[in-house]
Design a protein around this ligand. Sequence first.
Ligand code: PLP
Length: 449
Amino acid sequence: MTTLTNESLCALAMSEGRNWMPFTANRLVNGRGDHRVVASAKGPYYTMADGKTVFDTLSGLWCTPLGHGNPRIADALRQQAETLDFAPGFQMTHAPAVTLAARIAKMAPEGLEHVFFANSGSEAVDTALKIAIGFHKLKGEGGRFRLIGRERGYHGVGFGGMSVGGIVPNRKMFATVMVPGVDHIRHPYDHAHVAFSKGQPEWGAHLADHLERLVALHDASTIAAVIVEPVQGSTGVLVPPVGYLQKLREICTKHGILLIFDEVITGFGRMGENFASQRFGVTPDMITFAKAVTNGIIPMGGVIVTSEIYKTFMNGPDAAIEFAHGYTYSGHPMAAAVAHTVLDIMEEKGTNAAVRALEPILEEEVHALQDLKSVKDLRNIGLTAAIELNPLSDKSALRSVQLFERGLEEGVLLRVTGDTISFGPPFISTPDQIRGMTAQVRKVIISCE
Ligand code: PLP
């Protein structure tokens, strides 16, 4: 094994872009020195290659709620590698995947009973969209081919997820190759009515009625599914108004449309419940998950579906493959073993309760930033929050770089997208760490005003 020293890591980061980095301004990072290179991580902190320690304000990319460097998880990986490091998942299976599927189904809202494994959020979403199309076809309703997403939604980068996604910069380069028949409902955010709401805004449930307009336009008989994130994470924590998700559910049920909740960020505790569906009291037909299920340590994703969906697929001729879909690494034994250990730790630590206890602290701390002159809006729910700053027309991109760089100097790793800083701290954070984080963020914002 080649051991990379900090020096060689820095050299790598500056090695003429051999490592083409995802969702990155590569030219900005390459050649900027070692403060953009992560060397190690422990608990809720990263240590950068220049020796600086920074608080992990977004749990990696919303995926490491238990923090870093947990020895039990490392042990689980090693033990599974020694017992069964890989087995084909086609036409056979193994105990870690079987028991994990049962465990996840048990954690899910009642009625969601079967799990199809993938390796990422993007794969989970594309799997769910294909299940939706297949389900209707098998029921003799092949005309239902349309998929409805939502403005400002993020569902990964596969062709399906990109198409139902609603974040413009992710779409515009690929406009000609979007999945046909996709449309979008409007997003549920209206600054004039909901700015500075704590938790769920009271205003806005009626915005779900936009789905009725799309049903009228396209006719229900052409629509397979609606996919939404219960809380829109990547676009900057857009919280569903009270009653909004219930309305979406009612409209979907009325028209025989499947409702998919993309819980890649909200799944496994970020809302203080196993799934956001439980927090908001709305049960979809499918839930996609990824990220936190393995604490981000090894890739895994999946879709949880109702018995009705599963049974519909299981009705064909004996010995026929019911769903011609799957990945070499679906239900990978190493990922499944890690997921079991992660879920054990979550249960033992009571992380859902910990999130519920931290939520009011994060809320109070974030909303105390309202006095800053560049703040346009503050939003929060569960252990997520966002600070939206007044836009600076052509200088917003530059400010987002400054915020990130100043954050590193101040000791916080910030997730800045456009004018918004998003937060999803680890569930293992202490109240003091949350308070410390917002104090550092206050300084960072002031220094960029
Ligand atoms: N869906 C949602 C809601 C997400 O937030 C993300 C990633 O942030 C994805 C899907 C895509 O997940 P991945 O990056 O693992 O493909």
